[in-house]
Design a protein around this ligand. Structure first.
Ligand code: ADP
Ligand code: MG
Length: 704
């Protein structure tokens, strides 16, 4: 655990890396500083969401004032500040004895120092961690020892207030998400026994019926029973164009109903709604640290004790061995004073906060635009990606395949859909009803539309042949459906059929062949369109300097046609799921990370092998929400260039912040050793720099 554990912003420092004897997860009764929680309920960092949350949420000056007053260490710092001000005024106007003035300053200093010193000592005792609280304590006591009472007090008070400011802005950054996403009304109109009653959403059960009036927020996830309307889903997806819904369509809590009243059947409990899960995921994401964030923490752990050692050397070596003065003499600054200034400068506040504030701002900005980034590490990866691999079916295509051709080997009339051809479709649908593949849905929907849905009993023991097809038993016969590739090896069929299939494939279609257990019966050819916006998205990615690749299990011709339409130049077709994984591995090299965009069903191995797994799945897809590193909530590929841009901006902001803080530290280090800076200027610079990097990071909140 590193610095500033007991400052308010500490959640960043301590609450995540449980492996590091993390204080919040591993030992909930301890705070980050190793204090017993019961002893110091206000002073601990992990309670940030507790008492202070409300003032953080409210924001503004009064919010900040309340935040200050709600925390014991800042109350004491304010008390100290009042003491210093009064003493200063008194010393200027009244003829007070010097000793009284010094005593008053010392008292003010000690009051403000008390919580800082205690947590510094606790950290040392319980975790042998040398943190900035300890640095500050030594600096303050050192200032008393050399008679710099006023400066010492100012340093302690500014430090405490700076920490409070950090904690407050951090809290604000986190809260920026919740305020935007909690649009779901807390109550719903339940329909029961012909009447309607207003009940809290927590009381509603699955399958309850509710009424949502025109213009109202939707309280729970559900399916439309009757009514037609336009739903504004911007709060979830960032997409401002309303979505038209009617009976059978899913709607989500937190979105807003348009002009029509809707009756809904509740499909998820309030706490399981898509929006609740998204908020939970984003909040978890805020806690998982980015890589640079960890590096900084590690750095701070070494740097702080080193700085203390250096300060000690500066304070003692020149006076002891070079005949320099310990204390100030006339105009020349004493070496103990320089050592103390060094201690104050060593405080790595700006450095420590610069990364988390940037990461959290970016993650929240993305969430509001409908891009769910599940952790700082993935945000950084977005900024580093050089190559993007796309799955074809359902990712680059609209995922609404339609039947383009239907053929039975027993076909009697090629001009119409004869009874034999219909039978191929009916048998295929019996198996596909048990599959969730996009092609399967098209086949069973089409069979249903032709009233062929109940010619055969739905297949039993249906198994997917990942990337190749599907099998199931119909009337005790093993029926197989699948790609031409699969059939080439296992199910002999006439050359004439191969020629016909080749023709449809040349048009960009996908053929699904059928074997009824004894012989090949025919094929169904399906055509899909590229997704709307896919071309624009790919062009934008190319403009950003990225390379695009298509990985698909489909045949090379169909893949090539779609690839040409969307502008992907590198096409790898006929891949099984494990081939996709190998393809990802071969595309990746050190410093050249690859992102995989896929729907997460048969792409799971590739998604997890890639440096970054992106699911275009949208709100409805639980699978995507759980498995991918990044989820595009609006199901729109145009969100990709935005996400990449945001990742790059976050990376450069982090780098700038770190460079800025280090440059400032280096300058003041030299100034301190040469006696060119006072204690209070040193702390002022640190608080100022903390503010600068925080504001710089928070600019990402408004990323477009
Ligand atoms: P993609 O990699 O483009 O998402 P898939 O790996 O899902 O494609 O599928 C590859 C091929 O396997 C499909 O083009 C199809 O020929 C065949 N296939 C997979 N699942 C099924 C299914 N349920 N029904 C019919 N064919 C299927
Ligand atoms: Mg797919």
């Amino acid at each position: 655990m590193s610095e500033s554990c007991c400052g308010p912003e500490v959640t960043l420092d301590c609450c995540e890396s449980a492996s590091q004897a993390g204080c919040c997860d591993a030992a909930p009764q301890l705070d980050c500083c190793g204090n017993q929680r019961s002893e110091a309920p206000q002073a601990d960092c992990c309670d940030q969401e507790g008492g202070d949350a409300e003032s953080v949420q409210r924001g503004g000056l009064t919010g900040f004032a309340d935040y200050l007053l709600a925390r014991r260490e800042t109350r004491l710092a304010l008390l100290g500040a009042a003491g210093v001000t009064l003493t200063l005024l008194a010393s200027l106007t009244l003829q007070l004895p010097v000793l009284v003035i010094y005593a008053a300053y010392t008292l003010a200093l000690l009051i403000a120092l008390w919580p800082i010193a205690r947590s510094g000592l606790n950290a040392l005792r319980s975790r042998r961690a040398f943190n900035i609280n300890l640095l500050m304590t030594i600096a303050a006591l050192g200032a008393i020892a050399i008679g710099e009472f006023l400066e010492g007090a100012v340093v302690v008070i500014l430090f405490a207030l700076g920490e409070a400011l950090e904690g407050y802005t951090m809290g604000r950054t986190r809260a920026s998400l919740r305020s935007l996403m909690t649009l779901a009304p807390p109550q719903a109109l339940r329909l029961r026994d012909g009447g309607e009653e207003l009940v809290p959403v927590a009381e509603l059960q699955i399958d309850d019926r509710i009424l949502v009036r025109a213009g109202d927020g939707i309280p729970l996830d559900g399916v439309v029973l009757d009514g037609h309307s336009d739903i504004n889903q911007a709060s979830l997806t960032g997409e401002s164009l309303p979505r038209t819904v009617g009976p059978g369509d899913e709607v989500y809590a937190g979105t807003v109903n348009g002009v029509g009243g809707l009756r809904l059947r509740v499909t998820r409990l309030a706490q399981d709604s898509a929006i609740s899960r998204i908020i939970r995921l984003v909040e978890q994401a805020q806690e998982t640290r980015a890589r640079s964030w960890r590096t900084i923490d590690r750095f701070a752990r070494v740097y702080t004790p080193l700085a203390a050692l250096m300060a000690l050397l500066v304070a003692t070596v020149p006076p002891l061995f070079l005949g320099q003065p310990f204390l100030n003499e006339g105009d020349s600054v004493g070496w103990v004073y320089r050592g103390l200034a060094l201690l104050v400068i060593a405080c790595p506040c700006a450095l420590v906060i610069s990364t988390p504030v940037t990461v959290i701002s970016a993650i929240n900005a993305a969430a509001r635009r409908g891009v769910l980034i599940k952790g700082g590490i993935h945000l950084e990866m977005l900024g580093r990606i050089r190559t993007i691999a796309f799955d074809k079916t359902g990712t680059l295509t609209a995922n609404r395949p339609g039947i383009a051709d239907l053929y039975s080997l027993d076909c009697t009339d090629r001009e119409v859909i004869c009874a034999e051809c219909e039978d191929v479709l009916a048998l295929a649908a019996a198996v596909e009803r048990g599959s969730s593949h996009p092609l399967a849905r098209a086949i069973s929907a089409d069979a249903g539309a032709r009233n062929l849905g109940d010619r055969y009993a739905t297949a039993t023991r249906v198994t997917a042949l990942a990337g190749r097809g599907v099998q199931g038993y119909v009337d005790e016969q093993l029926v197989t459906l699948g790609s031409h590739l699969l059939f080439e090896n296992e199910h002999p069929h006439p050359q004439a059929m191969c020629d016909m299939i080749a023709e449809s494939e040349a048009r960009g279609e996908t053929a699904v062949l059928l074997c009824d257990g004894e012989r090949v019966r025919g094929y169904i050819s399906l055509a899909d369109q590229p997704r709307e916006n896919a071309r624009e998205a790919i062009d934008a990615l190319h403009a950003q300097g990225l390379r695009s690749v298509m990985l698909t299990g489909d045949n090379p011709q169909a893949a090539g046609v779609i690839a040409a339409m969307v502008g992907v130049r590198d096409v790898r077709a006929g891949l099984l799921p494990e081939d996709k994984l190998d393809a990802i591995r071969s595309l990746e090299s050190p410093g050249q990370p690859v992102a995989m965009v896929g729907d997460g069903i048969n792409d799971t191995p590739a998604l997890s092998a890639a440096s970054l797994g992106i699911a275009p799945g949208g709100i409805g897809s639980d699978q995507a929400l759980e498995n991918a590193d990044v989820v595009l909530m609006a199901d729109d590929l145009q969100q990709l260039p935005f996400a990449i841009r945001l990742g790059r901006r976050a990376l450069s902001t982090i780098r700038n912040n770190i460079a800025l803080s280090l440059a400032m530290k280096a300058t003041f280090l030299v100034l301190a050793v040469t006696g060119g800076v006072s204690l209070w200027a040193a702390i002022f610079a640190d608080v100022g720099m903390t503010l600068v990097v925080t504001l710089n990071g928070m600019r990402l909140l408004r990323a477009r």
